[in-house]
Design a binder for this molecule. Structure first.
Ligand SMILES: Cc1cc2nc3c(=O)[nH]c(=O)nc-3n(C[C@H](O)[C@H](O)[C@H](O)COP(=O)(O)O)c2cc1C
Length: 370
């Protein structure tokens, strides 16, 4: 058998996965203006289910009709209509034997397209670094400066995560993942330069981490028996260099706190891959394993099956999530298992836009299908 570890069954919280591969979340900005799922998206996710992945993580889904949406044409789980539109998509995935986890998202200050409200909110009124992201249909230029979120709005936002979690379950998803990574609202709390608060959500690491912990605990309590995972990272879509200032000491506090809050798994986002961090011998996902007993999903540059197999064998994680490699070839697991080479990723697949229209024109021009 090719890659026996990668293709062994595994337990992710309540879910039994047929193998250790997951589609990593991929924002495609291809829903309707009001955040409804389209038939094109139904076909796109169904292809992953047919492709033999252990589970599929959805693209980032916004949670309320307020400030959570970050990108134009992003899908939502903020109302009944959106929930119903997901239900038929998830049914399609299930009918092909797939499992699907909804990634719940609040953009906070990183908001370049919102159909519901003007302005943005964040832990502090700090303009995000960098420029709006063109591939997610940013209209160009700097991000707007957010308004500081009030304590009442923090509670409302945690409630919005709970409501969206309930809608995800009603839509038939097999679990949810709190998007606590990559520079969006929860990560803006964790990051020193975007959190200048002096209340219980700012200052010490424990305070900066409170939003993750409270939200996870609230989701855990509201959704007993339902898979609740969390994604976490150091770097951000708009800052690829940020490092947790306390190094391994931060990791040794953060990961156990996620476990104590009731997370069923930890999913690390790491665009550089499973390389050692903080001068240790461990990758960030390896440290999540070191400091918890939870299943850990490693990520980053794991599209070469030898590398993914090795990462699992070395204890960098229990599962591997694959982003660009999955985008390039939805049948990656099936092909790899039988020794075929999957279609490699090329940046033209997501340029100028990461949309499905762009992707399907690329595949029809270059691969002669769709
Ligand atoms: C087009 C695109 C969209 C992405 N959208 C999301 C997203 O919605 N949520 C998320 O957590 N990560 C997102 N990511 C990050 C990926 O999930 C993954 O962590 C990253 O691409 C590194 O993994 P890879 O080397 O296998 O591509 C996105 C990446 C790409 C390229």
């Amino acid at each position: 058998m090719n890659y026996p570890t990668l293709f062994s069954e595994g337990q992710l919280g309540t879910l039994r996965l047929r193998n250790r591969t997951l589609v990593s979340s991929l924002t495609r900005a291809s829903a309707t203006e009001k955040g409804l799922v389209t038939d094109q998206m139904r076909g796109y996710y169904r292809d992953f289910a047919r492709g033999g992945w252990g589970a599929i993580l959805s693209e980032a889904i916004y949670i309320d009709e307020k400030y959570s949406q970050g990108y134009a044409y992003q899908p939502g789980l903020a109302n009944e209509e959106q929930t119903e539109s997901w239900a038929s998509l998830v049914e399609g995935v299930h009918s092909e034997g797939g499992l699907m986890i909804a990634q719940l998202f609040h953009g906070g200050a990183v908001n370049q397209g919102n159909a519901w409200v003007q302005g943005s909110i964040a832990p502090s009124a700090v303009r995000p670094k960098g420029e709006q992201i063109g591939r997610y249909r940013g209209s160009g230029g700097l991000f707007q400066t957010p308004r500081e979120i009030t304590p009442d709005e923090i509670s409302e936002t945690i409630n919005a995560f709970i409501e969206a979690g309930r809608r995800a379950r009603a839509a038939g998803f097999d679990g949810i993942e709190l998007h606590g990574a990559n520079g969006y609202l929860p990560d803006q709390f964790l990051t020193t330069y975007t959190n200048l608060r002096t209340d219980e959500y700012g200052g010490s690491l424990q305070n900066r981490f409170r939003f993750h912990v409270k939200t996870l605990a609230a989701l855990r309590e509201a959704l007993p028996g339902f898979l609740v995972g969390v994604r976490i990272s150091q770097t951000k879509v708009n800052d690829l260099d940020y490092v947790w200032p306390g190094g391994e000491q931060d990791a040794s506090a953060i990961f156990p706190a996620l476990e104590a809050a009731g997370a069923d798994y930890i999913h690390v986002a790491a665009h550089l891959g499973v390389t050692p961090v903080f001068g240790t011998e461990h990758s960030l996902s390896g440290l999540a394993k070191k400091y918890t007993s939870l299943p850990v999903i490693a990520n980053g540059k794991l599209h070469e099956p030898e590398v993914a197999e090795q990462a699992l064998r070395q204890g960098q994680g229990d599962f591997c999530s694959i982003g660009k490699g999955a985008l390039a070839d939805p049948a990656w697991p099936l092909k790899v298992q039988v020794g075929e080479s999957p279609t490699p990723f090329g940046v033209d697949m997501i340029s100028p836009y990461a949309t499905l229209d762009n992707y399907y024109s690329w595949t029809s021009a270059n691969l002669g299908h769709r």
